[in-house]
Design a protein around this ligand. Structure first.
Ligand SMILES: *Cc1c(COP(=O)(O)O)cnc(C)c1O
Length: 362
């Protein structure tokens, strides 16, 4: 008994950790590391970093926009989008489950001075068109003017749900008719494009701006790109400087991003296959509640048996070497990515089954 903690520690070190917390944990590939080592660089605040300029041109072209701007994170891209599209005291419509509402520290309100007006997301990440339209304030001396609609594709808290181009067009048409701009939080837009088998540009067509992350499933170490019309991006550059996101020889980062956009998009299909494997495996484990038919991309939501609180389940799984995140409520979030393969998924399923079946660790 006295030696048990030491034995546990030894065992923990022997067990390979399967990290399903996020696709953000992916490391740069060898090819990226080589490109970083030889990247051509300049001072990007002067617009003179050739690697950054190339990455920005690539992202704009892939998203069908005139221009794009590199930022250190998706959070900063979304913040700059709000700062560029609105004025303090304006109102921004966001989904009730959106990343911009939940996961960005309230930056749009704290730094942009906007009112975040939430409209309900259904479980597929969709906002009802009529409900959205009804939320837009009519002209009235009492009301803050509604000037921006933000939507999210894929939808993180709604299990990686995909918005179709038709849905996006419909929302954008109504928003534009009322004089709102439309920002698309496309941190995982390429997951949506791969799931639908269409170019990402089709998903961004009706949005005035879109941000995408290269540091998630695409495996680059850092960064996001905010894309839109040329004048929008020029305005955004000024805001980026103000919030401290103007970087100097950022080409060392862009070099990895260029490889991410060139070579890592198609392989997102592998992450989706792994998510299917995980979701269907979870559905076979007694006591686990899951919705494999809902899984469209690389995010899988499930619930542990009612005998466990979700934080306790997640903690127990840490000691079994499988890591998840906790989005709140009963749900556990698992994300597949380049650094877990089919064998890892099967092993994770075994460990989950051992946990919920109360089997001894082996
Ligand atoms: C990850 C993510 C972001 C940005 O996250 P950063 O960690 O700041 O790059 C924005 N929106 C969504 C939907 C995301 O999943």
């Amino acid at each position: 008994m006295r030696h048990a903690p030491v034995e546990n520690e030894k065992r923990r070190m022997l067990v390979k950790t399967i990290d399903l917390r996020s696709d953000t944990i992916t490391h740069p590939t060898e090819e990226m590391r080589r490109a970083i080592g030889t990247a051509e660089v300049g001072d990007d605040v002067f617009g003179e970093d050739p690697s950054i300029n190339r990455l920005e041109e690539m992202a704009a072209r892939m998203l069908g926009k005139e221009a794009s701007m590199f930022t250190p994170s998706g959070t900063m891209s979304n913040l700059i989008a709000v700062l560029s599209h609105t004025r303090p005291g304006n109102e921004v419509l966001v989904g009730s489950e959106s990343h911009m509402l939940w996961n960005e520290v309230g930056g749009a309100s704290a730094l942009g001075g906007v009112v975040m007006h939430t409209v309900p997301n259904d479980e597929d990440g969709l906002i009802d068109l009529d409900v959205m339209e009804a939320a837009i304030r009519p002209p009235n001396i009492h009301y803050p003017p509604t000037t921006l609609l933000c939507i999210e594709n894929t939808h993180n808290r709604c299990g990686g749900a995909v918005l179709t181009p038709e849905y996006t067009s419909g929302m954008a048409a109504v928003a534009h008719r009322h004089g709102l701009s439309v920002h698309l939080d496309g941190a995982r837009i390429f997951n949506a494009a791969v799931a639908l088998g269409i170019p990402a540009g089709e998903l961004a067509r009706d949005a005035d701006s879109i941000c995408l992350c290269i540091s998630k499933g695409l495996s680059a170490p850092v960064g996001s790109l905010l894309c839109g019309h040329r004048e929008f991006v020029e305005k955004a550059r000024k805001w980026r400087k103000m919030v401290g996101g103007g970087m100097r020889q950022a080409g060392v980062i862009a070099a990895a991003g260029i490889i991410a956009l060139n070579t890592m998009v198609v392989r997102l299909a592998d992450d989706h296959t792994a998510a299917q494997r995980l979701a269907h495996g979870l559905a076979r484990i007694p006591g686990i509640t899951s919705w494999p038919e809902k899984v469209q991309t690389n995010i899988v939501m499930f619930e542990p048996p009612a005998s466990n609180t979700t934080p306790d389940f997640i903690q127990a799984m840490v000691s079994r070497g499988v890591r998840f995140t906790y989005p709140g409520g009963r749900r556990v979030r698992a994300v597949t990515h380049r650094m877990v393969d089919a064998a890892d998924i099967d092993e994770a399923l075994n460990r989950i089954e051992a946990q919920v079946g109360g089997k001894a660790e082996t």
